[in-house]
Design a protein around this ligand. Structure first.
Ligand SMILES: *[C@@H]1O[C@H](CO)[C@@H](O)[C@H](O)[C@H]1NC(C)=O
Ligand SMILES: *[C@@H]1O[C@H](CO)[C@@H](O)[C@H](O)[C@H]1NC(C)=O
Length: 543
């Protein structure tokens, strides 16, 4: 009787245990997770990419909160947005920095230099956002609980401390292809075969000697810059959380990043490189698979055009008064003399460069939807990564006028791949400008190249949106992803480059050489010593 009872009890206990185990092994639901996005960079184009990720997650039903220093252009009705704007004085500072950069001839070196000059203000300002009460309230209010926090990379690696601050996993979002300072965070290897973003190499080809030299110098330069920035980050980190004893060190926090989302698609855009599992490419996340309807005025303007439409936009960071007025006059003269219709992105609608029946000025444009319009013939662009990706996706040829940062590299890639041509904004001449526009519109080779690319770009096992949802929920489900972390994250410069092993090999070779030397000396002495002795002996005998 008692035995029977205990077996029954045993059975039901076993059953309960089984049921419990089964429950445990089911993937936990991540529905309606609390997600925080912290995007302190002042670049609108970067922000559009980050917000496209947030929007994708909000559409999936997650509870998304976003903190930023600029108001969003892309958003979703359920996203809670906290904007911590710049003061007027700070706006002026940034504006001045932009004007400086536009005046310089764009290259990787001016970009590096700008990190110490015009960009320095932007880098420093990001700390203020994290010090603002509207932000600190998020973690001081214990009712808030986040399941994952996103940080947009813009020379702000110290923000990885937010993982410990919010006690949740952290994902980094970067608006371009895998880049040295982002690779470093997750131990994605730097290889001599992989060109940095400023160097353009056609698919299936390797860099030539000069390119490899430039690549070596620029990656070495960036490494040193990284060391300098790290020193700065330590200062920021101390300023933000130096008093908090529960916070890990910056070095510890840097070893705890779960994933990096890169807005690139290596197999169609290049460069071809191996990526660690924590690097997820979501190239084109900002491109809508189905365009939204255009605003009525733009729609009419485009639909009614007989000879096609040209879109002219130098992005969201550059404003009209950043340029030399002569350049603006040249642009206006050229565009107003074309038979095509032109949509020109211009900030100050009160004072436009000039009136012309074929030009429509717009302060803000639904760029992606315009690029999707079948009558669009040409995109004149500063070659920001976002715009180039959208044009490539929709197969629109480009005339690039790069200004700074990654733009010259993007523009070179456009030319190298046959998607368009490049001119210098600062030395733009009317005749050359007009001829280049005519060439791109009339020669079908650019559009054909783009069509081939567009097919490759769209052919993927999962869309960018699906990847974002899957991997974010994966990180939430497993409370981070340390199991798939690259060991490189935990290796210093010495270990990751095998410097200690090379030192050991050199030491061993030297020891072998020393031993050899002693042995040979000894043998030599023995031989010559003996022969001398025997010679002496013989002499003695003769006497
Ligand atoms: C969404 O997240 C915020 C921040 O953690 C929280 O205050 C709010 O209650 C959440 N809303 C819902 C519906 O869960
Ligand atoms: C590491 O990440 C986990 C979540 O994955 C977080 O709870 C923890 O506080 C973080 N630790 C450090 C040292 O950043």
């Amino acid at each position: 009787m008692t035995e029977q009872r205990s077996t029954i009890l045993g059975c039901s206990l076993g059953g309960l245990l089984l049921a419990f185990l089964a429950l445990q092994s089911l993937p936990q639901s991540t529905e309606g997770s609390n997600i925080l996005g912290v995007f302190t960079s002042h670049s609108t184009s970067h922000f559009i990419v980050h917000m496209s990720i947030m929007k994708t997650l909000a559409e999936k039903g997650h509870n998304v909160t976003v903190v930023s220093s600029v108001p969003p252009k892309v958003t979703h009705k359920s996203i809670k947005h906290i904007v911590i704007p710049l003061s007027e004085e700070e706006e002026k500072l940034i504006h001045g920095g932009m004007v400086d950069m536009v005046k310089q001839k764009p290259s990787i070196w001016t970009t590096m230099k700008s990190i110490f000059t015009s960009l320095a203000g932007l880098i420093n300002k990001q700390v203020d956002t994290l010090e603002d009460k509207r932000f600190t309230d998020l973690y001081n209010n214990k009712d808030n609980k986040f399941d994952v926090v996103f940080v947009g990379f813009f020379f702000n690696t110290y923000q990885v401390g937010l993982s410990a601050k919010f006690n949740c996993p952290l994902i980094v979002s970067w608006m371009g292809q895998p880049m040295l300072m982002v690779n470093e965070i997750i131990g994605n290897p730097e290889l001599s075969s992989v060109p940095q973003m400023s160097i353009s190499v056609p698919a299936g080809k390797a860099m030539n000697f000069q390119q490899r030299l430039t690549n070596f110098l620029s990656s070495t330069g960036f490494r040193f810059l990284g060391k300098f920035l790290h020193f700065k980050y330590q200062g920021f980190y101390k300023r933000l959380w130096g008093d908090d004893k529960s916070m890990p060190s910056l070095e510890q926090a840097m070893k705890n990043v779960s994933l990096v989302f890169c807005n690139s698609h290596g197999i169609s855009e290049g460069p071809i490189r191996p990526n660690v599992p924590a690097l997820i490419e979501i190239g084109g996340i900002q491109v809508k698979s189905k365009p939204d309807p255009l605003p009525e005025d733009i729609k009419q303007f485009m639909d009614n055009s007989k000879n096609g439409v040209i879109l002219f936009s130098l992005g969201s960071n550059l404003k009209g008064d950043h340029f030399n007025p002569e350049v603006v006059t040249t642009i206006f003269k050229t565009l107003s003399s074309l038979k095509q219709q032109v949509i020109w992105k211009w900030d100050d609608l009160e004072t436009t460069p000039g009136k012309s029946a074929n030009i429509l000025y717009k302060k803000w444009l639904p760029q992606d939807d315009i690029l999707a319009h079948p009558k669009l013939k040409l995109f004149i662009t500063h070659a920001g990564k976002g715009g180039v990706a959208e044009a490539q996706y929709h197969g629109v040829p480009m005339l690039t006028l790069p200004v700074f940062a990654d733009q010259p590299g993007n523009a070179d890639k456009v030319v190298e791949n046959g998607y368009g041509l490049r001119l210098e904004l600062n030395s733009l001449e009317a005749k050359e400008f007009k001829e280049t526009i005519k060439e791109i519109i009339s020669n079908p080779k650019y559009a054909q190249k783009l069509e081939t690319f567009s097919k490759l770009y769209r052919d993927r096992p999962q869309t960018a949106q699906e990847l974002v949802v899957y991997w974010t929920e994966y990180v939430i489900r497993h409370h981070g992803a340390p199991h798939m972390q690259s060991p490189l994250v935990h290796m210093g410069t010495v270990a990751s480059n095998n410097l200690d092993i090379y030192a050991l090999v050199i030491l061993a070779l030297y020891l072998i050489f020393l031993v050899n030397k002693i042995v040979w000396k000894f043998l030599w002495k023995k031989c010559t010593g003996k022969s001398k002795k025997t010679a002496q002996n013989k002499k003695v005998k003769k006497q």
